[in-house]
Design a protein around this ligand. Structure first.
Ligand code: X2X
Length: 370
């Protein structure tokens, strides 16, 4: 009997050992992001991959590719490529994934979000969870929220105070339907372009203007070289997400999955604070300044801040752009109300497309957090 048990145990070990040992790891994993390495997305991607490499003792090596180059610049194709495994993971704007995950258009409902507290409440609340679950059902494991920021408009013709000021201007927008509809409803002429073509469009004057967040894109892009006017209207918020192909994620040990998740949270909090630097109530600056002096080498983030330092050594995004020759106007409450009223049709239409249930969830997330 004893002999039989021993043989049985040996058999079990021999047959199942290959299944229980970890699946082979790849030498390198690809991560896609849109825009360049010196932009906060690039900095976030680098910080994330550094943390993962260190904490997994180089078991997981992530190589980040900017400019959506893994998708030949087609930023709205990245979701499908992570899904089918041709890219392992992405640090991506919710706008670029919104053609596939319609709920992500919640962030682009015109004038829905009023401040960062509301954005955080929705990301960390039921509405945010609903979106993450939906992404996961598509075979991508989302592991944390970062940020591109509230998107502002710039152009080379005039300051924008009312929808009429926009009416004869050509605007570059991302290839996502809701953007086209918002600009059309405002009487303007939107043109869809991938980010990779947009700068050429500004240089050659194919378009008069564009919309993007300040710290995250406009400052590192040096928008003042193309456009003289910026209008702060905070009309939509643009979060980022890190999402990993589910087969890749599941090929890692549980311990490594936890390391990757924690690294994403830390790197994305850092990235989020960088894009809110001097645009919030002071929390972001305090956080970043403390991190930079904490001993860890975050030289790439220091270089980013140094690239838009004012003469007195401080950083302020609007003052900096003004020093670069831009004219900046922040919409008054009355001016904003006019834009909000004029885009109400898009809001109502998209509320139905996104789903009333998720809009309700978002509203209650915001109320609960207050
Ligand atoms: O294309 C844009 O405008 C950008 C860089 O903000 C996004 O990827 C959404």
């Amino acid at each position: 009997m004893f002999k039989k048990v021993v043989i049985f145990v040996i058999l079990i070990v021999v047959v199942f050992a290959p299944l229980t040992s970890a699946v082979e790891y790849k030498d390198e994993y690809t991560l896609s992001y849109n825009v360049g390495p010196n932009f906060p997305w690039g900095i976030g991607a680098r910080y994330f991959s550094d943390l993962v490499r260190e904490r997994t003792n180089e078991r997981i090596n992530i190589k980040a590719y900017g400019g959506s180059s893994l998708a030949a610049g087609q930023q709205t194709s990245v979701f499908m490529m992570v899904r089918n495994g041709s890219i392992d993971m992405a640090l991506e704007s919710t706008i670029n994934w919104s053609p596939q995950i319609k709920e992500l258009n919640l962030f682009t409902l015109p004038f829905f979000f009023n401040n960062y507290e509301e954005v955080d409440a929705v990301e960390n609340g039921e509405a945010g969870q609903y979106m993450l679950d939906k992404i996961e059902r598509f075979g991508i494991v989302p592991i944390g929220w970062g940020e591109n920021g509230f998107r502002q408009i710039t152009n080379n013709k005039r300051a924008i105070h009312s929808p009429e000021d926009l009416s004869d201007l050509k605007y570059r927008v991302v290839g996502s339907k809701i953007f086209i509809e918002i600009f059309q409803e405002l009487g303007s002429n939107p043109l869809t372009m991938n980010w990779g073509e947009a700068t050429t469009g500004f240089q050659q004057g194919t378009v008069d203007g564009q919309e993007n967040p300040v710290n995250s894109v406009l400052i590192p892009l040096k928008i003042s070289e193309f456009h003289e006017y910026m209008t702060v209207w905070d009309y939509v918020i643009d979060p980022l997400l890190i999402g990993i192909n589910a087969d890749v994620f599941n090929s890692w040990t549980e311990e490594d999955q936890e390391i990757v998740k924690t690294a994403a949270k830390e790197a994305l909090t850092f990235e989020k604070m960088l894009v809110r630097y001097e645009l919030d109530d002071g929390t972001a600056k305090e956080y970043i300044d403390e991190m930079i002096t904490s001993g860890r080498d975050l030289g790439y983030a220091e270089d980013f801040l140094a690239s838009w330092e004012l003469e007195d050594g401080s950083n302020h995004p609007y003052k900096y752009l003004e020093e670069q020759g831009m004219k900046i106007n922040i919409l008054t409450a009355e001016e904003k109300a006019e834009f909000k009223a004029q885009t109400r049709g898009v809001y109502d239409k998209w509320k139905d497309i996104i789903g009333q249930n998720i809009v309700d969830k978002a509203e209650s997330d915001i109320e609960t957090a207050e």
